[in-house]
Ligand binder design. Structure first.
Ligand SMILES: C[S@@+](CC[C@H](N)C(=O)[O-])C[C@H]1O[C@@H](n2cnc3c(N)ncnc32)[C@H](O)[C@@H]1O
Length: 294
């Protein structure tokens, strides 16, 4: 539907401010009694507006730290909101018992709360452990940065960050970790800055690499592809799917889903099993007939 224009690293420490809210509401038309899945609950900005319009909402998020927002909103709308922890790649099974579903919204990426909290390790501007796991489970960014071969690391930075200097950055990372493992966000940001320099007025040189690591750590492109197909399976006839993307790689995946004939395949795909298969193509399910936005 559109791209978000929030800065990658926000200075706000408060809850996430929902973007494109009016457009989301206009597209979903959440009239009383409608059933909508908010697959990326965050601080609940979309869910709140949908509930206020009278819809029933099944809200999903993989990050356990959103729980207080979900509990507070459930207390306000006990008969209308159900919060289910989990990933939107399985939204059809998570929401199946609440069907039929009239709309699904996915607001792709990280929230400003995740970026702002140094302990989560998402930001190159705040010193914290090199973590980046939304769910707190699985391999962290430090595991990838310290464990991948130089080529796999370069491929990751290129495929998921569109970082043209990926090879040089990967070489610097591998040289630096020979002395000691890289453990913090600022350590990594400094190594990247040393490897490719910094031009005044340009974005921080670590921007693309941090985004690439975050996407790999959270399997974001696999999640997106699987989430789109799960939404298609779940939605009732005439249902609406609304997706808000942040950057061009996400955008390409969504456009290809809506119009497989026209849109080019996403460039390199996912790094689900990095060690065995560095950046192989995405898992793209087959379907009988192309979906059309209604
Ligand atoms: C951009 S924020 C959404 C903000 C939300 N629209 C609001 O108004 O507060 C993205 C949220 O989606 C969650 N998320 C990202 N990927 C996910 C996935 N694959 N499954 C479930 N939740 C996910 C993140 O943890 C984060 O809380």
């Amino acid at each position: 539907m559109g791209k978000r224009s929030v800065p990658e690293t926000s200075q706000n420490a408060g809850p996430h401010i929902p973007v494109l809210l009016d457009e989301v509401l206009a597209a979903l038309a959440p009239l009383e009694g409608k059933r909508i899945v908010d697959g990326t609950f965050g601080a609940g900005g979309y869910s709140r507006a949908l509930l206020q319009a009278g819809a029933h909402v099944v809200a999903i998020d993989r990050d356990p730290s959103v729980r207080p927002f979900a509990d507070a909103l459930t207390a306000e709308f006990p008969a209308q909101l159900t919060f289910v922890p989990g990933t939107f790649s399985e939204l059809d099974t998570l929401a199946a018992e609440h069907g039929p579903i009239d709309g699904v919204v996915l607001d792709i990426g990280v929230s400003s709360m995740q970026l702002d909290e140094a302990e989560r390790g998402f930001s190159f501007m705040r010193d914290g452990p090199l973590d980046m796991r939304m769910s707190g489970e699985g391999e962290s960014a430090a595991d990838l940065v310290n464990g991948l071969e130089v080529e796999a690391l370069a491929n990751l930075l290129y495929a998921f960050g569109e970082e043209r200097k990926s090879r040089r950055i990967a070489q610097f990372i591998v040289a630096a970790r020979e002395t000691a493992p890289i453990q913090t966000t600022l350590e990594l940001a400094r190594i990247i800055e040393k490897s490719i320099g910094r031009k005044p007025g340009d974005a921080h040189p670590a921007t693309r690499s941090f985004r690439a690591l975050r996407i790999a750590v959270n399997g974001e492109f696999d999640q997106l592809v699987e989430g789109l197909f799960a939404a298609e399976r779940l939605l009732s006839a005439g249902g609406k799917l609304v997706v808000i993307t942040f950057h061009s790689l996400e955008d390409r995946i969504v456009k290809r889903f809506f119009d497989p004939e026209k849109a080019a395949p996403p460039s390199r795909g996912t790094c689900r099993r990095l060690r065995a298969r560095p950046c192989a193509g995405p898992t793209w399910p087959r379907r009988a007939s192309p979906a059309r936005p209604s």
